[in-house]
Design a protein around this ligand. Sequence first.
Ligand SMILES: Nc1ncnc2c1ncn2[C@@H]1O[C@H](COP(=O)(O)OP(=O)(O)OP(=O)(O)O)[C@@H](O)[C@H]1O
Ligand SMILES: [Mg+2]
Length: 400
Amino acid sequence: MPNPFKPTAGRIPPVLVGREEIIDDFDYAITDGVGSPGRLMFLTGARGVGKTVMLDALGERARQHGWEVVNESADHGFTKRLADALTGKDTTRISAYEMPSLGANGTLGNIELSLGRVELERKEERSLTLRQAVGARLDKMNENKQGILITLDEVQSGTMDEIRALSTAVQHLIREGRNIAFVFAGLPSAVNDVLSDNAITFLQRAERHHLGSVPAEKVLEAFEESFGGEKKAGMETLIRLTNATHGYPFMIQLVGYWAWRMSETNGHGERVTDEDAVQGIEKARAKLGDMVHAPALRGLPAQAINYLLAMSVDDGVSNTGEVARRMNRSPQFGNVYRTMLIENDLIEPVGYGEVTFKMPYLRDYLREHGAYLQMRENISELGGGEVSESKPSEGELGEH
Ligand SMILES: Nc1ncnc2c1ncn2[C@@H]1O[C@H](COP(=O)(O)OP(=O)(O)OP(=O)(O)O)[C@@H](O)[C@H]1O
Ligand SMILES: [Mg+2]
């Protein structure tokens, strides 16, 4: 029996739980026509909450309407890759802006351009190339019915120049009444950084969906469906599995996948017993550490990790003053990291001066890996750079 769960990053899972509303909104925006607000959208949320999967799901929906979809990730060079994908050819043009070294032999006569001007020209050119690429592609389509959706994943301020160029292109295309839609996705703090740029006020008007956990009833429904065919589970087991996910999308796939797999391993064929469920949940928890917690922590500044470590000492909520004391820092200092962690959905405020973990199992993960993380911070503070990533897998350090 094939396992219906797929705990793979960024693939549309066989059961996409609790996101119908956003997909329906987008669907409406496509049929609603040019200028519909839902055609410009930002998706934010923690690691593993399902941003990439949503981009794919929206892309799928657009295709069903006969649209063309171009997906890109916002790392260096994405504007060029977008233009190439749209035109089907290499858009690198031999110009002084793209290849400054050519200017030196005098053939292009642009050697006198100051560096600042070259930068400006390059940005404008990028934007124009993109705009023309989208326009030319639309010209070949039946624009009354078909449009182009561009999705941009992993938005980050590191490629701000290109995001500005894209933003300008989109703004013009929308103003020209072209049949297009743009959806961007990124971690909340990264998206905030990008949106604080004054050059892209236009993008700040995009509809924003902050993806969070999905309701328990929806998770239970999905499990009932997946474990209601060739392989079945009793209600008590289904509830146990549901509770273990905390509604966190990546955990839905992991828990489902490992419960299914443990029932096979234990030779239970057509049933998932409570024992399979308990073992599956344990496995899922360890995998979540490797696949979500570890990368999420890697992207944080050292002091933010220290803040989390200081919190992980508590069994329940943490007092923010006490956390700062544990870090040997002032409350104001602690507050900077508190804000950042809340923004990224790793922790949440629960009362005046109190915070608790929001990302499921992060506390347990920190307790299990605290010493290692601390060592990594100490090394980077001493200027030793990054610790090699080829450490033993987190799963091996934790319980299995
Ligand atoms: N609504 C959902 N229902 C069930 N499973 C989901 C849902 N959304 C995402 N998943 C599953 O969760 C996992 C993570 O999804 P995805 O890679 O899209 O997250 P992400 O937000 O893009 O994470 P990152 O920030 O690390 O890129 C995938 O295995 C995906 O199948
Ligand atoms: Mg992603």
